[in-house]
Design a protein. Sequence first.
Length: 369
Amino acid sequence: MTRVLCAMSGGVDSAVAAHLLARQGFEVVGVTMAIWPERPSGENGRAGGCCSLGAADDARRSARAAGVVHYTLDMREPFERHVIADFEREYAAGRTPNPCVECNRAIKFDALVAKADELGCDLVATGHYARLEAAPEGGTALLASTDPFKDQSYVLYPIRRDVLERVVFPVGGMHKGAVRALAREARLPVWDKPDSVEICFVAGDYRDYLRTARPETSAPGPFVDGAGQVVGEHRGVAFYTVGQRHGLGLAPAEDGGPRYVVAIDAGRNAVVVGSRADALRDILEIERPNWLAPVPEIGRAVGVRVRAHGPVAPARVAHVDDDLLRLTLDTPAFAPAPGQAAVLYAGERVLGGGRLVRTASRDRARQAS
């Protein structure tokens, strides 16, 4: 009998994943990752978030209902060292991180495979909404979910190709409504539990968290325009992200239109503002790409997504090596934010991706020259 390690976060998706695998005749071992470090204040993250103490109890009850054994895996130290530290460091540098991507890259899947080996499991399962199929070149291809509103293929690009060979997504081809209906039918105790949509290790507003963890991110500084002229005072770089319009407290731009955040210069503690046109970018530079398909050649047409549920924009590969991928967009995109993931697609298939580190505009480069 094939033995499967199923990650159970305490939510309905992973509970149904475990239930489906058990119903299909697999020997299922449920595992919940304990990832929230204790804080001196006693704060231990978001009470209802994934992998919290309460969520571990939910996962245990769901495992019992599905007829599978359950373990808790202590990942608090590596989670704090990789995911939380990265979150704090990126915001302090004026970038906008995605903790779920970093968790998948640095923690989740490698740890699950290691635990699977320890427990004699052949496969690893999660409740992610994404699909897998045989790749034409051999191996496994990662595809978007059939439910576009729940698709999580964007945050899964960091999985290594050798790890992907051992992964299954039991609910990846289902729609959320069907997952909840199945959970209710199977009498899983979390069938009506709300989805977790916030940063799992932050209780409350992430900016309040950063005020304590990285006080420098809340230091006031200047709003400046593209010419470097001071046009106001900001409340701290943690309060802003590229593309932001609301909450700036600034008078309209000279053309009468609203101002947007177009860049954050953490070194000078300055937030650069401009018009919507000033926030358009058509050159994206991505560091250390991870590939789940053959590396695309220079000039190849691809699709790129720079927000988890944003559109896939047509682009071309301008440069690629182990350290850097450069794309040129067919049409400028509004405010792609450094720090976020940029993920490449060919149709529904994820080719790979990496962290967005720089953006630019070809029009401005030509004007400057």
